[in-house]
Design a protein around this ligand. Sequence first.
Ligand code: COA
Length: 373
Amino acid sequence: MFAKEGLEGVVAARTSICLIRGEDGTLAYRGYSIDELARSASFEEVVYLLWFGELPTAKQLASFDAELRANRSPPPDVLDALSGPLARMHSMDWLRTAVSMLAADDPDVDDNSEAANLRKGLRITAAMPALVAAHERIRKQAEPPQADNGLNHAQNFLWMMTGHRPRDPAARAIELAMILQADHGLNASTFAARVTAGTLADMHAAIVAALGALKGPLHGGASGQVIEMLQEVGDASDAARYVERALAQKRKIAGFGHRVYKAADPRAPHLKAIAGPLAEATGSERLYQTACAVEDAMRARRGLSPNIDFYSALVDQMVGLPTDQFASAFACARIAGWVAHVIEQHLDNRLIRPLEEYIGPLPRPFVPIADRS
Ligand code: COA
């Protein structure tokens, strides 16, 4: 029997990583509510939790954090190879290619054991912010940035992207976005990673597949479009009219709706709460107020709440990331979940291969080319 379009309602994996209750609008990583993690955890703690299943002790966290810091610099030959004309690639294509090239130098590339997967996952996770920042600099004909090992993972990302040492609320806002984006069950990119890992392809192959899926505007690409939409709206006073017109034209508004959440996306309010003070700190009040007005209009006219991409786009914009790097910033967070899922898939693997329902022509005789009209 044919599943609903888009595999809606189909359970395609057993997992102990992330619990999403779409009807109640709740989310937990390894049993810990996202609300508590958003309030109290660091990104490094969340990555450890996703990969090892438990929150780290202070000692475990210190050693994990030191490993991450020690692996922040990507191999220079990868940056050299992707400099010059190749730097004009779409940011997600550039990142996907760079991550693919990391496999060349990785001593564990063909080893799918849990220990090797953890080592590879750590190396890719640690280096990804520097890759994104390197692309940003290279395309501006500047030298790739040096990591600052005095800063935590999220702060260092912002430092390398903007050239400014981040202060609160920007520093906490980007870390919060990364915590909230770290995993989300069988979303499209994680599913792509698991399907790839399910063939017993390696960690790098699975992450490259995930990056390909994340690029699309229905997934990670949505956040860049949120800012374009808000700029098109222009002002809070124009939001209701804009939403009305867009809905009448059957246009989708980026940053709203979700396949799983029937109640609100529980990640969005955390980012909205920090976006307010961040707007004040960065002089972005107009953008913030326009976003709030679009949210109100969408809820009133269509009953749809913002998803995480709506307010993560605001945060990314206000902390100074270029719009076309929002999806790459998302990747720097979601890599945590991808790695956890690849490990889980390899630990209990069966090839993922669904059936199709054939709707083409019935069997018919071959027609030689001379007889075709
Ligand atoms: N703007 C306007 N209407 C929307 C909408 C949006 N962003 N998202 C969903 N809808 C409407 C659809 O038009 C459809 O209405 P209909 O039943 O009258 O035809 C209904 O809600 C269901 O939408 P559908 O596209 O079938 O849901 P889906 O589960 O296939 O898709 C998304 C989920 C996330 C892809 C979809 O909501 C979307 O495209 N959102 C915008 C992109 C985005 O923000 N992506 C990031 C997701 S975290």
